[in-house]
Design a protein around this ligand. Sequence first.
Ligand code: ADP
Length: 497
Amino acid sequence: MPQIKKILVANRGEIALRVMRSAKEMGIKTVAVYSEADREALHVRFADEAVFIGAPASSESYLRIDKIIDAARKTGAQAIHPGYGFLSENEDFSQAVDDAGMIFIGPSPKSIEVMGSKLAAKEAVAKFNVPLVPGTSEPIDDINKAKKIAKDIGYPILIKASAGGGGKGMRIVENENEFQEQMERAVSEATSAFGDGSVFIEKYVTKPRHIEFQIFGDKHGNVIHFFERECSIQRRHQKVVEEAPSSVLTPDIRKRMGEAAINVAKSCGYYGAGTVEFILDDSLNFYFLEMNTRLQVEHPVTEMITGIDLVKLQISVAQGEKLPFKQEDLKIHGHAVEVRVYAEDPSNNFLPDIGTLQTYKRPQGNGIRVDDGFEQGMSIPFYYDPMIAKLICHAETREMAIEKTIRAIQEYEITGLETTLGFCNFVMHHEAFRSGKFDTGFVGKYFKPEVLTATPDPAEEELAAALSAHILATPTSTHAATQHEIVPVSKWKKNRI
Ligand code: ADP
């Protein structure tokens, strides 16, 4: 396999930058692609070369396989990294890159295809003894038959879209009376979101935790895992706070889940970075949910606890190198927490709040990593995912990582739009989160917009700042404790719990 000398990154925002940084450290040149909305974007400035690929709508730019392959040809890139989202889980893209004689930094088209369908994935992994949530293994077409299966499984059940993603086409059914209506809704949601209305039934696992394993395969048949990430703090079935390791896994369960994750990868001849998602019930039984055949948004927590650069490893594996370590070489070092900073309004059902970053000051210090794609004064384009940044904090213990996250959130200054920072601060302080006793129902159960009080009162802020300045100017030894109580309110809606 040739040494890769130039990579085109078929993505934007923080992940494009993150991939380019690792490539640069490996002495590899980088090519950015950008839409009209991203002319001034940081990934464009960072890359060695940049190619304009079209109008802001993703369907006109970041989802255009032809334009991206063309840009790679023109610039002489030998490999393409898809990042996450956009074309990263599209088997036609992986195939087109192959057909163009370039290296796709990701799995084979076949692996993407199998794992892209939740039903095909279940079928593949069942042969490898991976535990599955009780449910149907075929799409449902006969409603009466489906009702009978649901009765056998026992309510509540979940209707899911086979082509599903992003929590779409998913419906909880509490009892038989609701069945027909919820099924019709799931089919219509799946048809409009994915152009494929196939749905199936699963037992709804009550109080589930979402635990996923980072796996890695090379092109020589070796597969290992880099432990788990706990992603149970979700809104709309989507993650917002992640951590590694999980506070509930015992070494024995970790070992069993890790082995199951490796088997999932083996079931589809996987190579590259991938994530095997499981749900864990309150008796600590785990079930395979799905596999994401790409780098995950929350991959940095794994990097922090293992000290491994997953993007560099993706690049080496893509160019045919063997994994440089064995499972027994890997150890967990400390604890990492990631909070996602979205331009969203938590007090308005987490709806996107697009605007300009009037103030944008990142937190700093030991153990803090901020992966973002913006600078002060930039606007969050309305066309794409409204994530501004990922704040990742690493420390020796879980408690210390949480404390560091709280400090970093306090230090983060963002004005001009609403963000999820205040919500993440609420999570970090919450007893259920701190004690580790939580599940995917956390937001529904504990979060009410009222916990984020109104925007800080400027008069109150001024008073706090004045008091703080006064105390700092007064040379007595007792003031450290007093200062603690009057930390000036930050720029995000302050949580007073
Ligand atoms: P998507 O691909 O749409 O993101 P997933 O299958 O990954 O869908 O599930 C997303 C989330 O939905 C999970 O993290 C979990 O919180 C919840 N979920 C999925 N399946 C079940 C189930 N059988 N029981 C309970 N919760 C589930």
